[in-house]
Design a protein around this ligand. Structure first.
Ligand SMILES: [Zn+2]
Length: 304
Protein backbone atom coordinates (compact mmCIF):
# COMPACT_ATOMS: atom_id res chain seq x y z
CA UNK A 1 0.00 0.00 0.00
CA UNK A 2 1.31 3.42 -0.78
CA UNK A 3 0.17 7.01 -0.94
CA UNK A 4 0.48 8.22 -4.48
CA UNK A 5 -0.52 11.01 -6.78
CA UNK A 6 -3.94 10.57 -8.29
CA UNK A 7 -3.91 8.38 -11.35
CA UNK A 8 -6.57 8.29 -14.01
CA UNK A 9 -10.12 7.37 -13.18
CA UNK A 10 -11.92 7.19 -9.91
CA UNK A 11 -10.12 6.10 -6.80
CA UNK A 12 -11.59 3.80 -4.20
CA UNK A 13 -11.77 5.12 -0.67
CA UNK A 14 -9.95 2.97 1.87
CA UNK A 15 -12.14 0.83 4.11
CA UNK A 16 -9.84 -0.38 6.87
CA UNK A 17 -9.74 1.34 10.25
CA UNK A 18 -6.04 2.18 10.23
CA UNK A 19 -6.08 3.55 6.67
CA UNK A 20 -9.16 5.70 7.32
CA UNK A 21 -7.59 6.93 10.55
CA UNK A 22 -4.39 7.78 8.68
CA UNK A 23 -6.31 9.72 6.04
CA UNK A 24 -8.27 11.61 8.65
CA UNK A 25 -5.21 12.38 10.76
CA UNK A 26 -3.27 13.65 7.81
CA UNK A 27 -6.04 15.62 6.14
CA UNK A 28 -4.37 18.91 7.01
CA UNK A 29 -0.83 17.72 6.52
CA UNK A 30 1.36 17.76 3.47
CA UNK A 31 -0.34 14.52 2.44
CA UNK A 32 -3.48 16.47 1.61
CA UNK A 33 -4.53 16.06 -1.96
CA UNK A 34 -2.66 12.82 -2.37
CA UNK A 35 -4.61 9.74 -3.37
CA UNK A 36 -4.31 6.55 -1.38
CA UNK A 37 -4.02 4.19 -4.30
CA UNK A 38 -2.96 4.05 -7.88
CA UNK A 39 -5.43 2.59 -10.30
CA UNK A 40 -3.11 -0.16 -11.44
CA UNK A 41 -2.97 -3.88 -10.60
CA UNK A 42 -0.85 -4.19 -7.49
CA UNK A 43 1.11 -6.76 -5.52
CA UNK A 44 1.22 -6.15 -1.78
CA UNK A 45 3.77 -8.05 0.27
CA UNK A 46 3.75 -6.30 3.63
CA UNK A 47 0.37 -5.75 5.24
CA UNK A 48 -0.88 -6.71 8.69
CA UNK A 49 -4.30 -8.34 8.98
CA UNK A 50 -4.78 -6.97 12.50
CA UNK A 51 -4.19 -3.45 11.18
CA UNK A 52 -6.76 -3.94 8.42
CA UNK A 53 -10.12 -4.53 10.07
CA UNK A 54 -13.16 -2.56 8.94
CA UNK A 55 -14.32 -0.19 11.70
CA UNK A 56 -17.94 -1.25 11.13
CA UNK A 57 -16.96 -4.88 11.71
CA UNK A 58 -15.16 -4.02 14.95
CA UNK A 59 -18.22 -2.14 16.23
CA UNK A 60 -20.55 -4.97 15.13
CA UNK A 61 -18.67 -7.67 17.03
CA UNK A 62 -18.00 -5.48 20.07
CA UNK A 63 -21.75 -4.90 20.42
CA UNK A 64 -22.76 -8.47 19.69
CA UNK A 65 -20.23 -9.92 22.09
CA UNK A 66 -20.86 -7.16 24.63
CA UNK A 67 -17.19 -6.27 24.70
CA UNK A 68 -16.45 -2.76 25.87
CA UNK A 69 -14.32 -0.73 23.50
CA UNK A 70 -13.88 3.07 23.69
CA UNK A 71 -16.26 3.81 20.77
CA UNK A 72 -19.91 3.15 19.89
CA UNK A 73 -19.77 4.01 16.21
CA UNK A 74 -17.36 3.47 13.34
CA UNK A 75 -16.82 7.24 13.02
CA UNK A 76 -15.98 7.54 16.71
CA UNK A 77 -13.56 4.63 16.46
CA UNK A 78 -11.77 6.20 13.48
CA UNK A 79 -11.45 9.43 15.48
CA UNK A 80 -9.96 7.64 18.48
CA UNK A 81 -7.44 5.76 16.38
CA UNK A 82 -6.51 8.87 14.34
CA UNK A 83 -3.53 11.08 15.06
CA UNK A 84 -2.27 14.33 13.61
CA UNK A 85 1.37 14.09 14.58
CA UNK A 86 3.65 11.16 13.79
CA UNK A 87 3.82 8.64 16.63
CA UNK A 88 6.54 6.36 17.86
CA UNK A 89 6.05 2.76 16.80
CA UNK A 90 5.19 1.86 20.41
CA UNK A 91 2.56 4.62 20.62
CA UNK A 92 1.10 3.45 17.32
CA UNK A 93 0.87 -0.14 18.54
CA UNK A 94 -1.06 0.86 21.70
CA UNK A 95 -3.99 1.70 19.40
CA UNK A 96 -4.47 -2.02 18.83
CA UNK A 97 -5.60 -2.33 22.47
CA UNK A 98 -8.74 -0.36 21.59
CA UNK A 99 -10.16 -2.74 19.07
CA UNK A 100 -8.43 -6.14 19.12
CA UNK A 101 -10.66 -7.44 21.97
CA UNK A 102 -13.72 -7.12 19.67
CA UNK A 103 -12.28 -9.55 17.11
CA UNK A 104 -9.90 -11.85 19.03
CA UNK A 105 -11.39 -15.05 20.38
CA UNK A 106 -14.43 -15.18 18.05
CA UNK A 107 -14.58 -17.71 15.23
CA UNK A 108 -16.96 -15.77 13.03
CA UNK A 109 -15.11 -12.48 13.55
CA UNK A 110 -11.69 -13.94 12.67
CA UNK A 111 -12.97 -15.58 9.51
CA UNK A 112 -14.87 -12.46 8.52
CA UNK A 113 -11.94 -10.05 8.90
CA UNK A 114 -9.84 -12.28 6.63
CA UNK A 115 -12.65 -12.40 4.05
CA UNK A 116 -13.31 -8.65 4.21
CA UNK A 117 -9.60 -7.95 4.00
CA UNK A 118 -9.57 -9.47 0.51
CA UNK A 119 -12.68 -7.54 -0.44
CA UNK A 120 -10.85 -4.30 0.48
CA UNK A 121 -7.66 -5.31 -1.29
CA UNK A 122 -9.55 -6.27 -4.46
CA UNK A 123 -11.21 -2.83 -4.42
CA UNK A 124 -7.76 -1.24 -4.20
CA UNK A 125 -6.69 -3.12 -7.32
CA UNK A 126 -4.45 -5.62 -5.55
CA UNK A 127 -4.13 -8.86 -7.51
CA UNK A 128 -1.74 -10.71 -5.17
CA UNK A 129 -1.33 -10.13 -1.45
CA UNK A 130 0.70 -11.69 1.33
CA UNK A 131 -1.07 -10.84 4.57
CA UNK A 132 0.64 -11.31 7.92
CA UNK A 133 -0.60 -11.68 11.47
CA UNK A 134 0.22 -13.21 14.83
CA UNK A 135 -2.02 -16.27 15.36
CA UNK A 136 -1.51 -15.86 19.11
CA UNK A 137 -2.91 -12.32 19.15
CA UNK A 138 -6.28 -13.59 17.92
CA UNK A 139 -6.44 -16.69 20.16
CA UNK A 140 -7.91 -17.15 23.62
CA UNK A 141 -6.86 -20.71 24.37
CA UNK A 142 -3.44 -22.38 24.64
CA UNK A 143 -1.79 -18.98 24.54
CA UNK A 144 0.23 -17.59 27.44
CA UNK A 145 -0.55 -14.89 28.35
CA UNK A 146 -4.05 -14.65 26.89
CA UNK A 147 -3.89 -11.32 24.98
CA UNK A 148 -6.11 -8.23 25.26
CA UNK A 149 -7.46 -9.13 28.70
CA UNK A 150 -9.71 -11.83 27.23
CA UNK A 151 -11.20 -14.59 29.33
CA UNK A 152 -9.99 -18.07 28.45
CA UNK A 153 -11.98 -19.58 25.57
CA UNK A 154 -11.54 -22.40 23.07
CA UNK A 155 -9.80 -20.77 20.11
CA UNK A 156 -6.17 -21.86 19.87
CA UNK A 157 -3.50 -20.27 17.61
CA UNK A 158 -3.95 -23.32 15.36
CA UNK A 159 -7.72 -22.62 15.13
CA UNK A 160 -6.94 -18.99 14.26
CA UNK A 161 -4.79 -20.02 11.27
CA UNK A 162 -7.54 -22.36 10.13
CA UNK A 163 -10.19 -19.65 10.39
CA UNK A 164 -8.07 -17.04 8.61
CA UNK A 165 -7.36 -19.58 5.88
CA UNK A 166 -11.10 -20.24 5.44
CA UNK A 167 -11.76 -16.50 5.14
CA UNK A 168 -8.92 -16.08 2.66
CA UNK A 169 -9.98 -19.02 0.50
CA UNK A 170 -13.57 -17.77 0.33
CA UNK A 171 -12.36 -14.23 -0.32
CA UNK A 172 -10.08 -15.37 -3.13
CA UNK A 173 -13.04 -16.93 -4.92
CA UNK A 174 -15.46 -14.08 -4.24
CA UNK A 175 -13.16 -11.21 -5.19
CA UNK A 176 -10.86 -12.77 -7.79
CA UNK A 177 -7.63 -12.08 -5.92
CA UNK A 178 -4.76 -14.37 -4.92
CA UNK A 179 -3.84 -14.41 -1.24
CA UNK A 180 -1.09 -16.00 0.81
CA UNK A 181 -0.27 -15.51 4.46
CA UNK A 182 2.76 -14.99 6.70
CA UNK A 183 2.69 -15.97 10.38
CA UNK A 184 4.33 -13.54 12.80
CA UNK A 185 6.47 -14.20 15.83
CA UNK A 186 6.45 -11.30 18.28
CA UNK A 187 9.78 -10.03 19.66
CA UNK A 188 8.43 -9.72 23.20
CA UNK A 189 6.98 -13.24 23.12
CA UNK A 190 9.83 -15.65 22.32
CA UNK A 191 7.89 -18.49 23.96
CA UNK A 192 5.34 -18.34 21.08
CA UNK A 193 7.86 -18.60 18.25
CA UNK A 194 8.41 -22.36 18.11
CA UNK A 195 4.66 -22.84 17.80
CA UNK A 196 4.58 -20.24 15.02
CA UNK A 197 7.11 -22.19 12.96
CA UNK A 198 5.19 -25.43 13.60
CA UNK A 199 2.05 -23.72 12.29
CA UNK A 200 4.00 -22.54 9.24
CA UNK A 201 5.01 -26.17 8.62
CA UNK A 202 1.50 -27.51 9.16
CA UNK A 203 -0.17 -24.99 6.86
CA UNK A 204 2.67 -24.70 4.33
CA UNK A 205 0.39 -25.84 1.52
CA UNK A 206 -2.63 -23.96 2.79
CA UNK A 207 -1.98 -20.24 2.20
CA UNK A 208 1.00 -19.92 4.60
CA UNK A 209 4.21 -19.03 2.77
CA UNK A 210 6.58 -17.58 5.36
CA UNK A 211 7.48 -16.72 8.94
CA UNK A 212 7.99 -13.16 10.21
CA UNK A 213 9.31 -11.51 13.37
CA UNK A 214 7.56 -8.30 14.40
CA UNK A 215 7.45 -5.95 17.37
CA UNK A 216 9.91 -4.02 19.50
CA UNK A 217 13.32 -4.10 17.80
CA UNK A 218 15.12 -2.94 20.93
CA UNK A 219 14.60 -6.35 22.53
CA UNK A 220 17.76 -8.39 22.49
CA UNK A 221 17.60 -11.45 20.25
CA UNK A 222 20.36 -13.24 22.16
CA UNK A 223 18.31 -13.06 25.35
CA UNK A 224 15.37 -14.67 23.53
CA UNK A 225 16.62 -17.90 21.90
CA UNK A 226 13.04 -18.91 20.97
CA UNK A 227 13.15 -16.73 17.86
CA UNK A 228 16.52 -18.04 16.70
CA UNK A 229 15.42 -21.64 17.20
CA UNK A 230 12.19 -21.02 15.29
CA UNK A 231 14.09 -19.50 12.36
CA UNK A 232 16.60 -22.37 12.38
CA UNK A 233 13.68 -24.76 12.07
CA UNK A 234 12.23 -22.61 9.28
CA UNK A 235 15.52 -22.85 7.36
CA UNK A 236 15.62 -26.61 7.94
CA UNK A 237 12.07 -27.05 6.62
CA UNK A 238 12.26 -24.66 3.68
CA UNK A 239 9.91 -22.06 5.20
CA UNK A 240 10.56 -18.60 3.74
CA UNK A 241 11.72 -15.93 6.18
CA UNK A 242 11.15 -12.23 6.56
CA UNK A 243 12.00 -10.09 9.60
CA UNK A 244 10.94 -6.58 10.68
CA UNK A 245 14.33 -4.92 11.13
CA UNK A 246 15.82 -1.46 10.78
CA UNK A 247 12.36 0.09 10.80
CA UNK A 248 13.12 1.98 13.99
CA UNK A 249 16.12 -0.05 15.14
CA UNK A 250 19.79 0.40 14.09
CA UNK A 251 21.50 -1.38 11.17
CA UNK A 252 22.78 -4.03 13.62
CA UNK A 253 19.21 -5.38 13.87
CA UNK A 254 19.14 -5.77 10.08
CA UNK A 255 22.53 -7.48 10.13
CA UNK A 256 21.31 -9.85 12.82
CA UNK A 257 18.14 -10.60 10.82
CA UNK A 258 20.20 -11.55 7.78
CA UNK A 259 23.11 -13.32 9.47
CA UNK A 260 21.46 -15.00 12.46
CA UNK A 261 17.83 -15.45 11.37
CA UNK A 262 18.70 -15.98 7.68
CA UNK A 263 16.02 -13.53 6.55
CA UNK A 264 15.33 -13.55 2.81
CA UNK A 265 13.34 -10.31 2.96
CA UNK A 266 13.54 -7.39 5.38
CA UNK A 267 10.47 -5.62 6.72
CA UNK A 268 11.18 -1.90 6.19
CA UNK A 269 14.97 -1.87 6.80
CA UNK A 270 15.29 1.92 6.43
CA UNK A 271 18.14 2.30 8.92
CA UNK A 272 20.32 -0.04 6.85
CA UNK A 273 21.62 3.02 4.99
CA UNK A 274 23.37 4.18 8.19
CA UNK A 275 25.83 1.32 7.66
CA UNK A 276 27.15 1.80 4.10
CA UNK A 277 29.04 -1.49 4.17
CA UNK A 278 25.94 -3.46 5.15
CA UNK A 279 23.83 -1.53 2.66
CA UNK A 280 26.21 -2.41 -0.17
CA UNK A 281 26.38 -6.02 0.92
CA UNK A 282 22.59 -6.35 0.92
CA UNK A 283 22.31 -4.60 -2.44
CA UNK A 284 24.77 -7.14 -3.85
CA UNK A 285 22.70 -9.93 -2.36
CA UNK A 286 19.62 -8.38 -3.97
CA UNK A 287 17.89 -8.31 -0.60
CA UNK A 288 14.22 -7.41 -0.89
CA UNK A 289 13.20 -4.52 1.39
CA UNK A 290 9.47 -4.38 2.08
CA UNK A 291 8.96 -0.63 2.38
CA UNK A 292 5.88 1.41 3.15
CA UNK A 293 6.23 5.15 2.67
CA UNK A 294 3.05 6.19 4.40
CA UNK A 295 3.79 4.22 7.53
CA UNK A 296 7.32 5.57 7.57
CA UNK A 297 5.91 9.06 7.52
CA UNK A 298 3.50 8.31 10.33
CA UNK A 299 5.94 6.94 12.88
CA UNK A 300 8.19 9.45 14.49
CA UNK A 301 11.49 7.62 14.39
CA UNK A 302 11.50 7.49 10.63
CA UNK A 303 10.01 10.94 10.30
CA UNK A 304 13.01 12.60 11.97
ZN1 LIG B 1 4.95 -4.54 9.46
Amino acid sequence: MGWASTGEGELEKPDSLICQAAQRGNSSSRMEGKACYLNRPKVELHVHLDGSFKPETIIHFAKRRQIKIPADTAEELIRIVSYNEPLTLTEFLTKFNYYMPAIAGDREAIKRVAYEFLEMKAKEGVVYVEVRYSPHFLANSKVDPIPWGQKEGDITPDDVVNLVNQGLREGEKAFNIKARSILCCMRHMPNWSLEVVELCKKYQNDTVVAIDLAGDESLNLEAAPGHRKAYEEAVRCGIHRTVHAGEVGPPSVVKEAVEVLKAERIGHGYHTIEDPHLYKELLNKKMHFEVCNVFTFMIMDCHK
